[in-house]
Ligand binder design. Structure first.
Ligand code: LLP
Length: 421
């Protein structure tokens, strides 16, 4: 459920007509609903209310400071994967004790930054990283909490580019070698081993892969405890999928996911951490865009909109589908026509959808790409020197610009022409 609905024939974000935002801020623009974010975060909390837990929002899904502050103020933790994400989480007011640091290539500089700023735990992804962190911690005279990310060799049954739990993927240490790695970690100074970490992929629409992976984690936890390790936390990653099409079978709900966690690892008495990103913010955002031209091609008609692949990369990168809806509600039974919906960027890959049935639209009409709150703005670029797409947060009947559209001057000011040129 989200808060983007038609009222009196006009698509609204909560109580704000999207046409008002377009008139005041221009297009393309991302629009987020605070009520939807709040609701989705609450569902995860509820799903784990049977145990001690921390819902760590995956900052990579949407890292706008206002979004992070909204989540942090509700008590969310943060899952970060870079020094930049760590800085964002802190700037949004999230204390270090609620931040977990994931990622396979943490540099010494990033690890130092997090130790100095405060950190709940590092999720270790390799032995070299573990040794480097140990040396750093010793040099800083501290002991840091760590979990070790295991790769359970489970097929998440999702798009290959976002599956992370198979042995051929670059993530984690093979679960078969976990015993020796935990043994080494226990002997390394500066590290305090507190948990096991796993994340098998993103946009999972089936709970079975989770069940398989979490069973393996439970088995490993018991074995590690028998070997004398004190495992008190399990970080079970993120990845629960969202419905990208309004008309098809919805993926499982957070509550059902929480039940799988309870069934598989619930008896271990561990504090549970999860790292959802997309499920919290995906359907809390739309990308609002205007039609520039209707172009009749040979055998197909193109709807050229002012958003492009640089603003929303997912369709061209993963072949992803985002429902496209007109901002003015079409009359019941209105004629529809097939369009290829494309952006202005000079690549054929800048195509959002082919053969989409849409009602009659004209230049200047507004349309919205739904389910664009996650991995939308964060993956945007300035390709074709299109200024970075702005972001708006709506709450009730108010809205605010939470990232302004840069002017050409601001965009150009980042470059420097050397004086010898
Ligand atoms: N934790 C870790 C360690 C991750 O690598 C990820 C996502 C998450 C949590 C959050 O997963 P989520 O709940 O959002 O599925 N750009 C791609 C998605 C990449 C996901 C990468 N890792 C897309 O647009 O579909």
């Amino acid at each position: 459920m989200d808060h983007f609905n038609y009222h009196d024939g006009a698509l609204h974000a909560e109580e704000v007509p999207l046409s008002r935002i377009a008139a005041e801020v221009g297009t393309p623009v991302y629009v987020y609903s605070a009520a939807t974010l709040t609701r989705h975060f609450g569902l995860f909390r509820q799903a784990l209310d049977w145990t001690g837990h921390l819902v760590c929002f995956a900052v990579k899904a949407n890292s706008n400071l206002a979004v992070l502050k909204l989540m942090g103020d509700m008590g969310a933790g943060m899952d970060v994967v870079s020094g930049g994400e760590y800085a964002r989480a802190r700037a949004a007011g999230v204390p270090g004790e609620r931040i977990v640091f994931s990622g396979i290539g943490k540099t010494l500089v990033e690890m130092r930054q997090a130790i100095e700023g405060g950190i709940r735990q590092f999720n270790i992804e390799s032995e070299p990283e573990m040794r480097a962190l140990s040396e750093l911690a010793v040099s800083m005279g501290v002991e840091v909490p760590v979990a070790i990310r295991v790769n359970p060799d489970v097929d998440a049954k999702t798009h290959e580019k976002i599956a992370t739990g198979k042995s051929e993927n670059k993530f984690g240490i093979p679960i078969s070698r976990a015993h020796e790695v935990y043994a080494e970690a226990a002997g390394l100074p500066g590290l305090r081993v507190v948990g096991v970490d796993v994340h098998i992929g993103s946009q999972l629409t089936d709970l079975e892969p989770y069940r398989l992976a979490y069973r393996k984690v439970a088995e490993l936890t018991r074995a590690l405890r028998a070997e004398g390790h004190s495992i008190t936390r399990l970080d079970l990653g993120g990845g629960l999928g969202i419905p990208y099409r309004r008309d098809n079978n919805a993926p499982p709900l957070p509550l059902e996911y929480g039940q799988v966690i309870r069934d598989t690892v619930g008896d271990l008495g561990c504090e549970i951490e999860i790292e959802p990103g997309r499920n919290i913010v995906g359907n809390a955002g739309v990308l609002l865009t205007s039609v520039i031209y209707l172009k009749e091609g040979e055998g197909r008609d193109f709807l050229i909109v002012d958003a492009a692949m640089n603003d929303l990369l997912r369709p061209s990168m993963y072949g992803a589908h985002h429902d496209i809806v007109p901002v003015t509600e079409p009359a019941l039974g209105a004629d529809v026509r097939a369009f290829d919906v494309v952006g202005p960027v000079c690549e054929s890959g800048d195509t959002f959808q082919k053969g989409t049935q849409l009602p009659a639209l004209a230049s200047g009409d507004l349309v919205a790409f739904r389910s664009a709150g996650a991995y939308g703005a964060v993956m945007a670029s300035e390709y074709n020197s299109r200024p970075l797409v702005p972001e708006i947060l709506v709450s009730g009947d108010q809205f605010a610009v939470i990232r302004a559209r840069p002017t050409f001057e601001e965009m150009l000011a980042r470059d420097t022409i050397p004086e010898w040129l």
